[in-house]
Ligand binder design. Structure first.
Ligand code: MG
Ligand code: ZN
Length: 219
């Protein structure tokens, strides 16, 4: 019974995700879904990415998913991009239909890139596709170098892996070699980004990746 219910929910979510993807493809908009634990620095990565991509002449908007509050949307607006805040009211992941409704609220004229911040969680966002072209996993140094071992599905299914807060490496017992080895074992294809939002290191490489795929979508 429970299994059937889950199958039904995931099935209707998949249909909404497919519709989102079609809308983005038809409008040549590149969409990226970022997942990571609470406090991994997803919003900070967005702030740095918005600053860099805006400098490069790109137009982007943001969909923020949180259980409660519009704190992150306000930070994004402060960083210079329009943001639509979704409050899930308790749900620990975004559904594709929530993203469709958010898209209807945003003025998408001239928009090239949509960044989606999923609810802080490394479990169910992996099952609930939103239709984004890329799902980027954000892990961070204070969380420990064994994160890939503990959440293998999230790492295996990611289309890109960010290790954030690398400026803290000298201060914490985090073995970056071990972390990336575990990532290679689970998912050798996913591009790897080492980032510090404090120093700005690595943000340009992430933006290069985004621009490269934007060009492919437009081509
Ligand atoms: Mg956030
Ligand atoms: Zn959930």
């Amino acid at each position: 019974m429970r299994v059937e219910v889950m199958r039904g929910i995931l099935g209707s979510n998949k249909a909404a995700a497919d519709a989102n993807r079609k809308f983005w493809d038809d409008n040549r908009i590149l969409a990226l879904d970022f997942m990571g634990s609470p406090g991994s620095g997803k919003t900070s990565v967005f702030e740095g990415t918005i600053a860099e991509l805006t400098k490069r002449g790109r137009t982007l908007k943001v969909i923020e998913g949180d259980v409660a509050s519009d704190n992150d949307a306000r930070r994004i607006e402060q960083a210079g991009a329009e943001a639509f805040q979704i409050n899930t009211g308790g749900a620990c992941h975004l559904h594709a239909a929530m993203v469709s409704r958010a898209m209807e609220q945003l003025d998408l004229d001239g928009v090239q890139i949509i960044l989606i911040e999923n609810v802080g969680n490394l479990v169910c966002p992996t099952a609930f596709l939103l239709g984004a072209h890329f799902r980027i996993l954000v892990a961070s140094v204070p969380e420990g170098d064994d994160k890939p071992e503990k959440y293998p599905v999230a790492f295996r299914e990611a289309d890109g892996i960010i290790l954030n807060k690398i400026d803290l490496l000298p201060h914490l017992p985090f073995d970056a070699g071990r972390f990336w080895d575990l990532c290679d074992q689970l998912n050798a294809e996913a591009p790897q980004f080492a980032i510090s939002c404090t120093t700005g290191e690595g943000i340009d490489t992430l933006c290069d990746f985004i621009e490269r795929h934007l060009a492919e979508l437009a081509g």
